[in-house]
Design a protein around this ligand. Structure first.
Ligand code: UTP
Length: 300
């Protein structure tokens, strides 16, 4: 197998019910976080990591994602004519090296089902999976993926999964992993011994939550094909990863270093926090917003 990973799958077909009514007619992946929609952060991260072919799994009411990633010569010409250099720079992601492919998951039968739709696209190679509703905060944002892809190839891994520590009270929201040893050294792969999807409160084996970025060998597609749907009719990616672990395949957790984190845009609370943090860090507007918040804080 080639030592370079060039393909990524971005599942973006979920219903986004936890963000209603904001997501009634628009995809959650198109919600703005500061000046950009979520999907743009994800695409820029992947392209920066050298992933030149990106398959986006969409569904009903998700057409805005395709429109956002399509070039718009009329708009670019208008900006150029107006001499609006800063907006032209903001639109440059359209000229990224990456090529986009789209497929539709007609029914939201789970994250595992969405990823399985990329089997032909991946065609027996290693690939990256990046959830379309999560942003990685790192400098540069592609740093975790670059390190993981390198480690994945060096170790000839079956899967490499980003994890981060979450408060105990939040473990029921995420896939939770067990590892060999107690605390994973940040930025280093550690063998995973188990993984469980959204454990009921009080039963989580650890506080290490799966954090929206993965590198897989093609073995994942065989495992997904063997994974039955759960009681809600969804094929869970975590169940397929669990199979790989139980088969003795090398599956690793890769813990985000302390200065890196994942922002989950899947629920309103974490969406608000993401928006605040990204706006505060915005090089154009951060200063003004900081001033506003400081003044406002007196009244809180
Ligand atoms: P979530 O677990 O957040 O599910 O998906 P959801 O359906 O999008 O949101 P809620 O629970 O209704 O609020 C995590 C990621 O997996 C994708 C989503 O688009 C998101 O990027 N996904 C989920 C799919 O592509 N297909 C699915 O069937 C489910």
């Amino acid at each position: 197998m080639s030592g370079v990973i060039t393909k990524a799958i971005v599942p973006a077909a979920g219903l986004g019910t936890r963000l209603l009514p904001a997501t009634k007619s628009q995809p959650k992946e198109m919600l703005p976080v500061g000046r950009k929609p979520v999907i743009q952060y994800v695409i820029e991260e992947l392209a920066d990591a050298g992933l030149g072919q990106i398959l986006i799994v969409t569904g009903r009411r998700k057409r805005a994602i395709e429109d956002h990633l399509d070039s718009d010569p009329q708009l670019v010409a208008a900006l150029r004519q107006a001499g609006n250099e800063s907006l032209l720079t903001d639109m440059r992601f359209l000229e990224e090296r990456a090529r986009f492919f789209f497929t539709r998951q007609s029914e939201p039968k789970g994250l595992g089902h969405a990823i399985a739709m990329g089997a032909d696209f991946v065609n027996g190679e290693n690939c990256v999976v990046a959830l379309g509703d999560s942003i990685i905060w790192a400098d540069p944002p592609s740093a975790p993926l670059q390190a993981m892809m390198k480690a994945h190839i060096e170790l000839d891994a079956a899967a490499m999964v980003v994890v981060e520590t979450v408060p105990e009270a939040d473990t029921f929201r995420y896939g939770i992993v067990s590892i060999a040893g107690s605390t994973p050294p940040p930025g280093e792969p550690v063998r995973m011994t188990d993984i469980i999807e959204k454990p009921p409160a009080g039963t989580a084996p650890s506080t290490l939550a799966v954090a929206a970025r993965y590198v897989f060998s093609p073995l994942i597609f065989d495992a997904l094909a063997r994974t039955p749907a759960d009681h809600r009719g969804e094929v869970q990616l975590t169940d397929a990863i669990r199979q790989l672990i139980h088969m003795g395949k090398p599956v690793y957790a890769w813990a985000l270093p302390p200065d890196q984190r994942r922002y989950d845009i899947g629920n309103l609370e974490s969406y608000f926090y993401a928006f605040i943090d990204f706006v505060l860090a915005d090089e154009r507007y951060g200063y003004l917003v900081r001033k506003y918040i400081k003044a406002k804080a007196y009244d809180l």
